[in-house]
Design a binder for this molecule. Sequence first.
Ligand code: SF4
Ligand code: SF4
Length: 441
Amino acid sequence: MKAQPSRYVIVGPTTFRHPAGHPVRPVLHAATARVYLVDPVTAGRLAGGAPLPEDAERALRAAGLLVGPGVDEPAAVIAAGRRAVADTRERRFVVMPTSWCNMSCSYCGQAHVRGGTGPGHRDLLAARFAAAVDSGRYDTAHVSWFGAEPLAGYAVVRDLSRRFTAAADTAGVGYSAHMVTNGALLDARKIAALHVEDRVGYFEVTLDGPAAAHDASRPLKRGGGSFAHVVDVIGAALAEHGDLRWRIRTNVGVANAHLADEFAATLAAAGLADPRVTLYSAPLHPWGNDVSAAALDRARMADTELAWLAAYARHGLTTWLLPGSPKPVVCVAVTPHAEVVAADGGVYSCTEQPLVPGFADRRVATLATLGGGARPAGEFDDWADALEADETGCRGCRILPLCGGACPKLWREGHVPCPPLKHNVAGRLDLYALSAGCTPL
Ligand code: SF4
Ligand code: SF4
């Protein structure tokens, strides 16, 4: 029986001239996240055309681009996801050091309350972290500082970081961290402390467009905006810290969809066209709330994302035109080797439950009732079973290896969370070829 193209091969529709002069078409293999620029005859074969000479067929089989008849590729992808969860050597903690945020973003689904962490919280969390790194089960531990706004709990971050890093070092376990922050409270002193002493390797900040759009979408509770401050702080940090990285997310909706070029030009002019700063856009997300009036419909979001990616590239900014690796574990919520610890000591499986009205009671435990060990069972730990049973239709999806099902929580609330990639992969392959110096034929 003849081999056939992998269901995860996606052949770009456009033929380009390669810088070396020959014609090529871009091909994505979603199972491996590899992109190839292949000759049109090979592209035709991978699009379902006639077999090639035996040596060419053998090379395509070796790369996984052709597979034997009857191979159940989705089953292999789902099995790899199960193994990735079971075999992980990394323990992950998502820590919310405060329930307060200094912004009032128009689309936020969280309810913020003032007040620090509860009595004994830090001691209990530090002990739980120490038990994890002492267990011998893990080679590395990663902490995501998350909010509300984590810098509103700066003293808690500093204190816990000191205890976490000391415990990891004593146990001989690698330690890394990142912080998701709105950036308004960042300054040079805090960045130095968090990066150099507390091992925050990258910050992820959200900028919702150029100054006026960002400041309207993400106003400070005390009034005013933060765009200029955040951009200045990142620029200064690039000069100061050679190995500190940044991610800049833009939540794209009706209000800012058209602002890609102005935004990209502004950031480039501010010195952020730097390989340590990666930009991406994301659709407005229903964080437990209704954002349908502000969000773009699926088709428009797919086109808009392409426009934003093209604008980043045009202005020399760094982005991911296509995913760099498969995603066998879709998110922290599907693995007991990760947990989300809220400021009140609640332990959750999913990041979008603490502080979200209607979901805050979904905690799986509290620090006070837990000792060491894996997180107690969470409601999305059955995600591989759900994929296998085709609860969502993901089993038949051509980008399943890259997407993993996007968001179990949204699926089970009745939303379809497919990322724009599902709808604009052809356009992204075109952008990839253009970025490699190819010209359309
Ligand atoms: S289930 Fe969805 S909201 Fe929860 S952590 Fe996973 S991706 Fe995030
Ligand atoms: S969430 Fe959507 S894009 Fe992702 S694997 Fe499922 S069907 Fe595909």
